[in-house]
Write a protein that binds this ligand. Structure first.
Ligand code: ADP
Ligand code: MG
Length: 289
């Protein structure tokens, strides 16, 4: 039987905008010491915008946008929206479209081979990126995600994309740090970009540049170090990490998959809701004793 105090806790949680799928989770959350946050859409607004476009090898800005947009038509990544927003022309359909999770997208247009994604994808395809190195470094240091476009395996452009922090992420993390939680960011984005954002928002430890499947392993490693981990995420890529964590929280408008996987769903789209849920879990446990 579920103790009365847990039932009361679940009711109180609902008032705070915390939907409890699993009452045990409320209890487990009380003993957590490590909070792992997904970056995109969790700490940030999830509304990325292209802030710079650099072209190479005689590519025009217009054709760079068109090629990139043609590829992103079929993607459902937040970065795809940022790139599609630049385009106002009719787009032909892409052929042989492929999504490479945690890397990018590839396809063909008029027989031309197109690839769009991070530097790891370019390395895998054998595309030289040395020409873009200084822009890549500068933009990453500013916290921009750098996406590379290759046409026929030659570098054509890079897009610097920024996703602003949620207004209250910094204050909410400060509130959690004061309570003694170890704060971790987990992202498939590149290390330098992730570190710049972590420094700005106030995160202790960054795990970056990893493929979606490795996110669950990263959580497991923290657990093997004796940490009790709450994972907070919103994206489809987070589902395995949410499942691995001791307690999982999905943030508001996140993907259906994240909400189905998570034990606690936070209706208020703010990191403050994480702090509220943790305080509530401790209060619920105290009432049981
Ligand atoms: P996150 O941890 O932020 O959810 P992902 O694992 O989804 O990151 O993606 C990691 C990286 O792969 C992105 O930062 C981006 O560089 C690249 N990438 C993935 N999907 C796309 C896409 N549709 N278009 C461009 N780049 C992509
Ligand atoms: Mg994500």
């Amino acid at each position: 039987a579920t103790p009365m105090s847990i039932i009361a806790g679940v009711g109180r949680a609902a008032e705070l905008g915390v939907l409890v799928r699993d009452a045990d989770a409320l209890q487990k959350a009380a003993s957590a010491d490590t909070l792992v946050f997904d970056k995109t859409g969790t700490l940030t607004k999830g509304e990325p915008k292209v802030t710079a476009l650099y072209t190479y090898n005689e590519t025009t800005q217009q054709s760079a946008v068109r090629f990139a947009a043609v590829l992103e038509q079929g993607a459902n990544h937040p970065l795809a929206k940022a790139i599609l927003a630049l385009n106002n022309e009719h787009l032909d359909a892409v052929a042989e479209f492929k999504t490479l999770k945690g890397l990018g997208v590839t396809g063909r247009l008029n027989g031309k081979k197109l690839a769009l994604g991070n530097r790891t994808l370019m390395t895998q395809l054998g595309v030289a990126t040395a020409q873009a190195e200084s822009q890549f470094q500068q933009e990453s240091e500013k916290g921009a995600t750098v996406v590379f476009l290759a046409v026929e395996n030659q570098l054509a452009a890079i897009f610097a994309i920024r996703d602003p922090l949620r207004d209250d992420s910094q204050a909410a993390l400060q509130r959690l740090r004061v309570q003694g939680y170890h704060l971790v960011m987990l992202t498939g984005d590149q290390e330098k970009t992730a570190q710049a954002i972590a420094d700005e928002v106030g995160i202790d430890h960054v795990i970056a540049g990893i493929l979606p499947d490795a996110k669950a392993q990263a959580i497991q490693q923290l657990q093997q170090q004796g940490r009790r981990v709450v994972m907070v995420g919103d994206g489809i890529n987070d589902a395995p990490a949410l499942a691995q964590a001791d307690v999982s929280m999905a943030i508001g408008s996140g993907s259906d998959i994240a909400i189905e996987t998570a034990e606690l769903t936070l209706m208020h789209h703010s990191i403050h809701a994480v702090a509220d849920a943790l305080s509530l879990s401790k209060a619920t446990l105290r009432n049981m004793k």
